[in-house]
Ligand binder design. Structure first.
Ligand code: SF4
Length: 194
């Protein structure tokens, strides 16, 4: 598929309360080359993992969910490895909905600003959480995995207090019985014997 018209997806969650303010769909994009020690999502690292999905199909799904949502969160993996298709998806989304967008990236703010195409992407984003996860600075609060990560409020839509009020963990169970543990401080099977 064309890299500008399809995304490699790890998982899509249609409704989450722990990945940003309000009720949000979440896209975990597949592929990461940053190799942060202690990463919670190593299964998202292989660049050829997950499944490719056309952004037109993703958009259709988001439009169907639109009445139940305040916004969309994009995480990974490293979403900015798929910057052209992600920009296209968000531009199309904003032509048809006012959904807010929150993006987690392991790249620093300086690195992101230097990326070709980043101004167009950043124009579609309300909140950016930037920087690699550093286990020695683990925070797991207010949507910040570690204290070195930086928060960028790119629109007036949310305040820091909105991020700090986001629950740190949740358990989602879909209609097939699949369980997804998510949030900035996710539960684990061992600790809680789910
Ligand atoms: S950027 Fe995210 S997914 Fe990639 S290694 Fe770091 S914590 Fe893991």
């Amino acid at each position: 598929m064309n890299p500008a018209t399809a995304l490699r997806l790890h998982h899509f969650e249609p409704l989450s309360l722990a990945n940003g303010p309000g009720r949000r769909a979440v896209l975990w994009l597949q592929g990461c080359t940053l190799a942060c020690p202690g990463c919670f999502n190593p299964q998202t690292h292989p660049l050829e993992g997950g499944q490719q999905i056309a952004i037109t199909d993703l958009l259709q799904e988001l439009l169907l969910l639109r009445p139940t949502l305040d916004g969309l969160t994009i995480s990974g993996g490293e979403p900015l490895l798929q910057l052209p298709a992600l920009t296209n998806l968000l531009q199309a989304l904003h032509r048809q909905t006012p959904l807010s967008v929150l993006l987690f990236s392991g790249f620093t703010w300086t690195q992101i600003q230097a990326m070709p195409g980043s101004p167009a992407l950043l124009a579609e984003i309300d909140v950016l959480l930037a920087g690699p996860y550093q286990a020695k600075q683990r925070l797991a609060h207010g949507l910040l995995g570690s204290a070195n990560k930086t928060v960028h409020l790119l629109s007036s839509r949310y305040q820091l207090t909105d991020l700090q009020a986001t629950p740190p963990a949740e358990v989602c169970i879909d209609e097939t019985g699949q369980i997804v543990l998510s949030g900035i401080d996710p539960l684990t099977w061992n600790d809680h014997e789910l």
